[in-house]
Design a protein. Structure first.
Length: 243
């Protein structure tokens, strides 16, 4: 009986924590820049298809989404663990897995708001509805954003250095190693998102290094696995724990 109201309280406090600090400004700046670049590109005389893919797939999905995922995913819980306020949440009559899924829901919706919506608007601005490209890149952004949220939330639960580790993954593994080492691309969330986008786009010009049949199971396993592991780790925390 108490679970729904308590979950609502957890969600409201999580949203307030995300959007009420400097983090909220950062979240607004990144999509604003993406939309500004899209507007500038739309007014140019360049190849609109190439510009759309470059801005939304390479910059948006390749850089904006993982960074937003890091800021939001770690932000929904890591700060509470670091400052000790998590003990008040753990004292609530709510199973640990519900705490994790509630915070993850807030994280995913926030990432979608600040990445998927600008991606759709930018795609429509530059390329319209042709070939379903804007919708395809938006869906790719959504599935990748959800996976990033889950993975970085898990990182926020298991490590006090979540931001540093997450930056290393996003900038070194995803952007550097994942783009130049063929085998590493299979474990790239960015490539999983591109595989979904490629399957949705009708023009066949989007490229992904991972097949859809591989990307979808990996997305599901990574997201579900992160939820389970985060719940188990959170369940191991006690009200007197300093972790």
């Amino acid at each position: 009986m108490l679970q729904s109201p308590v979950q609502g309280t957890v969600a409201r406090l999580t949203v307030r924590g995300l959007l009420g600090r400097r983090r909220g400004i950062l979240l607004a700046v990144a999509p604003a820049l993406l939309l500004l670049m899209s507007a500038v590109a739309a007014s140019s005389n360049g190849d609109m298809h190439e510009l759309t893919v470059t801005i939304l797939a390479r910059l948006g999905l390749g850089t904006l989404v993982p960074l937003l995922g890091l800021v939001v995913g770690t932000g929904v819980i890591a700060t509470e663990i670091d400052d000790g306020s998590i003990v008040y949440l753990l004292a609530k009559p709510l199973p640990r897995w519900r705490i994790v899924t509630t915070k993850l829901t807030v994280a995913v919706l926030t990432i979608w708001l600040f990445s998927a919506v600008p991606t759709l608007l930018g795609g429509l601005l530059m390329y319209g509805t042709k070939d379903g490209l804007a919708v395809a890149l938006t869906l790719g952004t959504m599935v990748a954003g959800a996976a990033y949220a889950a993975l970085f939330l898990l990182l926020g639960v298991v490590s006090r250095n979540a931001v540093v580790i997450g930056l290393a993954y996003a900038l070194i593994w995803e952007s550097l190693i994942g783009n130049f080492v063929e085998g590493a691309r299979t474990l790239s969330v960015q490539q999983w998102g591109l595989a979904v986008a490629k399957a949705v786009a009708s023009d066949g010009t989007l490229t992904a290094e991972v097949a859809l049949g591989t990307a979808v199971p990996l997305l599901l396993v990574a997201t579900a696995g992160a939820i389970v592991l985060a719940s188990v780790k959170l369940a191991g925390l006690t009200l007197s724990s300093d972790d």
